[in-house]
Design a protein around this ligand. Sequence first.
Ligand code: HEM
Length: 247
Amino acid sequence: MRGTLFNIIQNRLNSKVSGYGDDLLGLMIESAHKQKGMGLNTDEIIDECKTFFFAGHATTSHMLAWTMFLLSINRKWQDKLREEVVRECGTEIPNSENISKLKLVPMALSEALRLYCPVIMTMRQASKDMNLGGIPIPKGMILTIPIPIIHRKKEIWGDNAEEFNPQRFENGIAKAAKHPNALLAFSIGPRACVGQNFAMMEAKIVIAMILQRFSFSLSPDYKHKPDDMLTLQPQYGLPIVFKPFAV
Ligand code: HEM
């Protein structure tokens, strides 16, 4: 991977076209070039590319997989979402204007992130001695935040915490639970996921385009075994039966 990224960077540096490209890599190379030795060096740029690749790829694809799983077993919601997509986007490839009109699709994605969060834990280290809800935390202690447990707590989400109910997000994420920061899929604070808006946009487009074209259900071969392999994924895959959908 390092070799591939190195070659891409060299090609950008040697390119005769003005600028280094209008993507994140181009911006990093340009910034390094402008700062003349004070910015990121090539190895650091390669590391940033790897971080973005690993942080952004499996997470989003597993969010999509779990959303497909949940919509396959909740046909009423699948139909509702399709109705919304066809109403707002027709049968065309969604664009930036009509995709922003979708309300139920992002609600369903948030609910999928709640029930099957691809990242199952995040960690924080105490920078000083502190007290957390009556528990003394010494400086340097590492706290592990168990996201799936928080995401299914009845005290926070109500008695139907185990159910797939996108409706709980109808007034926004902050009002979906008894605590405004209860959805921790992208974490919160200064180190929260930088790719979250991109991931949600990508997922909205993919789900909308699938709903426009197919109705789908879970294959009888499916075995439910969510497994944490860096990200939460269906251990035996997700066989789905697709049927072409004509509007
Ligand atoms: C459903 C999709 C995604 C989920 C659930 C997710 C979740 C997370 C979480 C929980 C963190 C840790 C934040 C913390 O510890 O406070 C994180 C960090 C990060 N994410 Fe995402 N992410 C997703 C998609 C993406 C995408 C698409 C990108 C990039 C295009 C991305 C780039 C990053 C980066 C660069 C970090 C910071 C890593 C670091 O600070 O070392 N993520 N993400």
